[in-house]
Design a protein around this ligand. Sequence first.
Ligand SMILES: Cc1cc2nc3c(=O)[nH]c(=O)nc-3n(C[C@H](O)[C@H](O)[C@H](O)COP(=O)(O)OP(=O)(O)OC[C@H]3O[C@@H](n4cnc5c(N)ncnc54)[C@H](O)[C@@H]3O)c2cc1C
Ligand code: SF4
Length: 332
Amino acid sequence: MLRIAPTFTVATPTTLAEALALKATHGEKAALVAGGTDFVPNLKHGLHAPEVVISLGGLDELRGLDFGAETIALGALVGIHTLATDARIASVLPSLATAAGLIAGPQLRRMGTLGGNVCLDTRCVYINQSESWRSALGYCLKKDGDTCHVTVTGKKCVAAASNDTAPVLLSLGACVELASPRGVRTLPLEQFYVHDGARNTVLAADEILVRVLVPRPRETRRMAFEKLRVRGAIDFPLLNLALAFDLDADGVLTAPELVISAIAARPRRVRALPEGLLTDALVDRIAALAFDATRPLTNINADVEWRRDMVPVLVRRAFAAARGPQSPPFAC
Ligand SMILES: Cc1cc2nc3c(=O)[nH]c(=O)nc-3n(C[C@H](O)[C@H](O)[C@H](O)COP(=O)(O)OP(=O)(O)OC[C@H]3O[C@@H](n4cnc5c(N)ncnc54)[C@H](O)[C@@H]3O)c2cc1C
Ligand code: SF4
């Protein structure tokens, strides 16, 4: 059994100001934990070595769902289970409810939070391993080593963004609210993620994600989320994608957004998608563009050709789901 080395203290602030002061004092030596469903396994694998672990669980300011006329504000501590089962989320942001319902398994969804999912560390078959496994390989660029085992050049970490809410929130044009002792900044989610698997967000050492702000979708907006994984009951994505578009009464599609993830260090928006009458031919064109835009890597333990071949399949499934009733599947 993997154990946690007792080399750190745990702080349990009850206000955001207190948590920010702790983060400012300890900087990179302090780590944040929300539900702990990813942080704790990573701690056991020796991927983090904090001196202080700051538990966010007592910060009521980070809870709550606010359905405004223009914006839906989702607190960082809102649970994944809540996102998957809240009737208002299901009605207004059905693709988010679907994605949340497909994260991990029931127990993990009850512990996991939106903030932890948005800030989830990247994953790779060479890093999510025990310390002894990684040491036998000579470690890698992301932690303790100097080369990447996935790419030929070995100079850049390309571990996969594996958070299922990220492509959905990007497809919906969401922003993140980040608090620090310097104040609060609001950033489009597209600028939050960067192409570096070693650290794929711009979250500063003294910042905490407070809320995710989603513009309220127009009545004509249709949306869907699709995911490929080995075991439907629990696994991380091998590939996931989120689709959103407007559909008018004449069946004309406009403003399409398609975001594909679990491929590289950050989710990828497929750009310059065609608009027009929503026919099978249009769906096939968009599916082909998505295939062209996707180059899976050997960062995940699954055949890269299969993952790529599944891109157009998931795009077609997403269109079928988005054209049907906008209600997510049941999540327990
Ligand atoms: C078996 C298994 C299967 C899983 N399957 C999936 C899956 O299918 N899809 C998926 O998306 N995830 C999956 N996960 C990962 C995880 O359960 C979820 O991503 C969950 O939402 C993480 O939330 P958390 O609150 O537990 O995060 P934590 O583990 O507490 O934190 C995750 C990271 O986010 C940081 N963080 C947390 N909150 C904040 C904040 N407010 N501000 C700044 N940084 C913050 C932490 O420092 C840490 O780096 C799986 C995990 C396991 C163990
Ligand atoms: S992509 Fe390369 S550097 Fe990053 S975790 Fe995997 S092997 Fe390590």
